[in-house]
Ligand binder design. Sequence first.
Ligand SMILES: CSCC[C@H](NC=O)C(=O)O
Ligand SMILES: [Zn+2]
Ligand SMILES: [Zn+2]
Length: 429
Amino acid sequence: MSLQSSGRQQREARGANARAEGQQQQQEEERREVTLFREYLRIRTVHPEPDYDSAIAFLERVAIDLDLPLKKYELEPSLIAVVITWEGSNPALRSVLLNSHTDVVPAFQEHWQYDPFEAVKDAEGNIYGRGAQDMKSVGIQYVEAIRRLRDEGKRFPRTLHLLFVPDEEVGGFRGMSLFVKSPEFKALNVGFVLDEGLANPTDAYTVFYGERSCWWVTVKCTGHPGHGSRFITNTAAEKLQKIINAFLGFREKEKARLDCSACMTLGDVTTVNLTMVHGGVQYNVVPAELAASFDIRVPPAVDLQAFEQQLESWCREAGDGVTYEFAQKGMDQSVTSTSESDPWWGAFSAVCRDMNLDVKTEIFPAATDSRYLREIGLPAIGFSPMNRTPILLHDHNEFVSEAVFLRGIDVYAGILPALASVPAVPAEQ
Ligand SMILES: CSCC[C@H](NC=O)C(=O)O
Ligand SMILES: [Zn+2]
Ligand SMILES: [Zn+2]
């Protein structure tokens, strides 16, 4: 038997130590907000088989504890949206929707310092778990901010709805996409939405007012087949080479544009990634068909018609028999107003200023459920209040510190009253 303990044993030992420390600290002083957050992290709502039943049971307990009504809406068998509502003093006004998704992406245990579903808190107070940033923290921060405001006896004119949706991490097609089209959603009478954002490693907080369109495209190249020992003309591979060069050449240019400007962010440029290649039969057979799939993200400022013409011309120039097909083609480019004269943004930004939060507005680089809400004309802001935190969503060792998590509750306890007190906007008068 080796004297050296395996990586797994070391991890387990570290986990046990941290757990022991965590438990000791918890017995002494852990705040209930943190305990609730860690409890939520331990629920395995992880794809491909998320345990939504346990998440719903957890939310039912949260609602009872908050003394607020909870409603469940079945979007598809076993896919349920949960809404917890704090009614405003003037429920005729449009409501504020606080959205979060309950599902999380898979975690590869062997790359984690601690078990991704144990919610270990280390000696520095960092809480590790899949969903720590994306976005179980946010769901609990909404809950705890509301609890605090209610405990203080506050009440605001506008209704606040806490929405917990499934399926976001696999596109929201069976989640938010269905929910926004339902009469039950319409009945929520939503006027403004807060949804997820990203951590920011600096002192600043990033706030997202739009997102890039997601295009997933497969380019199919056909050509002459034949024996692998010959110079066959007009092959699928030569066409594929031109396609890859054109797409990745454009990628280089966009990357250079991002790298050479300090004020540009990922959301301002187009990214192109070759994510799959398909085709071929055996070593000595020149294939009649090869295909490449690309994940392309296009900023809202780009003319989508012109961009598609560009793709079309790259395919034409690659030769005959080159076609493309979309698996995903986001066409909505709505962005939410960040004009100080906009009543919602005005309220949000004013309260951030009052709290001395340094806010940076950006376009979200990937896709969130906000796109379904913006598409039906609702203003939506992506905001996960995590500054001084590395961006670790979907990454190994996802964590947020206890201090940042708790500060985020203070931040919402400032923002929610401002949003729920926005005076009647013109459409409501
Ligand atoms: C367009 S469906 C995919 C949605 C996914 N959202 C989070 O990572 C993304 O790839 O951005
Ligand atoms: Zn998310
Ligand atoms: Zn995610």
